[in-house]
Ligand binder design. Structure first.
Ligand code: ARG
Length: 414
């Protein structure tokens, strides 16, 4: 039972991108609910002119426009914790879209509270993960929030339906040529899906990629970079310190120019279907490899193995949209505790789409050349290994021993 009539709502905060869909949503919300619409434009580093986007929201009929520069928060409080955990979904997807949704939702809810709006709305379709991510986040912040997901509600079925509606209602539509696929872009990655990519056999056109040069066209000369980490967080490139947001931008620039970080995959959506996605995450790919390199020197073996066994679950939690959940927070605490000694430097070579680790060092390295050397050493007593193996082999010997016992007793006629 609804507490109140859902068709009566005073104000709605809409996650607004400036595209055709969310522009139509402004008008549609006003028409259907007679409400005011506050357009919220989040700057997550997607590289759009947000003043222009805001202007468009106003022209389309938003009663208010809020622009927030969330780039540094996004990097420090969302991307970095996820990188500290080495999160990867289904072995390949670095979760660039999934990690942005909870932050957008959180800000939307703050704006709703500030301006006394009863509802929030987004432009995600009823078939994807993003609706789940947005709405789980909204509910975790305010259990009574009214959520309007127009894509699940309205009668439009296609882009031409939306265009016709926009024309009828004089909604300003920027005359950009519609790309034959859907794009989602932020500081961390760009993702492409739908349209021509729906056939998993169709190769993506080279012209599609926005962050990376193709490996074939990347420079003949490789780049070598040093990435410095402090307690699991990347802090410097070639010894120069950067803020979290700027560090990712800089790595995207370097990595992108060398064709690093493209992946093409078929993933399992939370709502049950398989979907084909193409991603470019140049900086994130570099950070992932560099972080693992520093961890290889600084993490205890059992801690590393235990942590690794939890990564796919943590990644699934983020992919499914449970960023604001007790289980994500619990795992985060565990991962972060393990990161306390993960301070050091990784050196990488970037060359035509490939990343090669050249070296790693750490002030509190657990690696000891004195112990692992093939040369003569004074710490490790090779003779000890004999007893170590003998005791570990004990339970492996048992079946064979019991077989001989049975055989022996048969021979004796017992
Ligand atoms: N499949 C990805 C995810 O669920 C990306 C979704 C949004 N991307 C897009 N191009 N519309 O995280």
């Amino acid at each position: 039972m609804e507490k109140s009539n859902p068709n009566k709502i005073n104000k709605v905060v809409l996650a607004y991108s400036g595209g055709l869909d969310t522009s139509v949503i402004i008008t549609w919300l006003k028409e259907k609910y007679g409400c005011q619409v506050i357009a919220f434009c989040a700057d997550l580093g997607q590289g759009e002119d947000l003043e222009e986007v805001a202007e468009k929201a106003k022209k389309t009929g938003a009663s208010k426009v809020v622009i927030s520069d969330l780039r540094e928060v996004f990097a420090k409080e969302y991307i970095f914790p996820m990188l500290r955990a080495n999160a990867v979904y289904e072995g390949t997807y670095l979760l660039g879209t999934a990690i942005a949704r909870p932050l957008i939702a959180k800000k939307q809810m703050e704006i709703a509270k500030k301006y006394g709006a009863e509802g929030v709305s987004h432009g995600a379709t009823g078939k994807g993960n993003d609706q789940v991510r947005f709405e789980l986040s909204y509910f975790s912040i305010d259990p009574d929030i009214k959520i309007i997901a127009p894509w699940r509600d309205w009668a439009f079925e296609s882009r031409s339906d939306l265009m016709a509606y926009a024309k009828r209602h004089k909604i300003p539509v920027t005359a950009t040529i519609k790309k034959p696929y859907s794009i989602d872009s932020n500081l961390f990655h760009t993702s492409y899906e739908g349209g021509i990519l729906e056939n998993p056999w169709t190769e993506p056109p080279e012209s599609m990629f926005m962050m990376t040069t193709s490996p074939e066209r990347a420079p003949e000369k490789p780049a070598v970079i040093d990435i410095g980490f402090r307690e699991g967080n990347p802090v410097s490139i070639d010894g120069k310190r950067y803020s979290p947001g700027k560090l990712i931008v800089e790595l995207n620039r370097i990595g992108g120019s060398h064709g690093i970080g493209r992946v093409d995959l078929v993933e399992n959506r939370y709502v049950g279907m398989k979907s084909r996605g193409v991603y470019e995450t140049p900086g994130g790919t570099i950070l992932h490899v560099a972080h693992r390199a520093v961890e290889s020197l600084t993490l205890d073996r059992e801690v590393l193995h235990l942590r690794d066994s939890l990564i796919s679950q943590y990644a699934e939690i983020i992919y499914y949209g449970y960023w604001f959940s007790p289980e994500r927070e619990l795992l985060q605490t565990l991962f972060d505790r393990a990161q306390e000694g993960v301070t050091g430097v990784a050196r990488l070579k970037l060359y035509k789409g490939s990343l090669t680790l050249l070296g790693r060092k750490a002030p509190r390295s657990l690696y000891s050349k004195a112990i692992s050397t093939f040369e003569k050493d004074t710490c490790y007593v090779q003779k000890d290994a004999e007893g170590f193996i003998r005791l570990n082999a004990l339970r492996l010997k048992l079946p064979a021993l019991s077989r001989t016992k049975v055989k022996g007793s048969r021979a004796k006629g017992k």
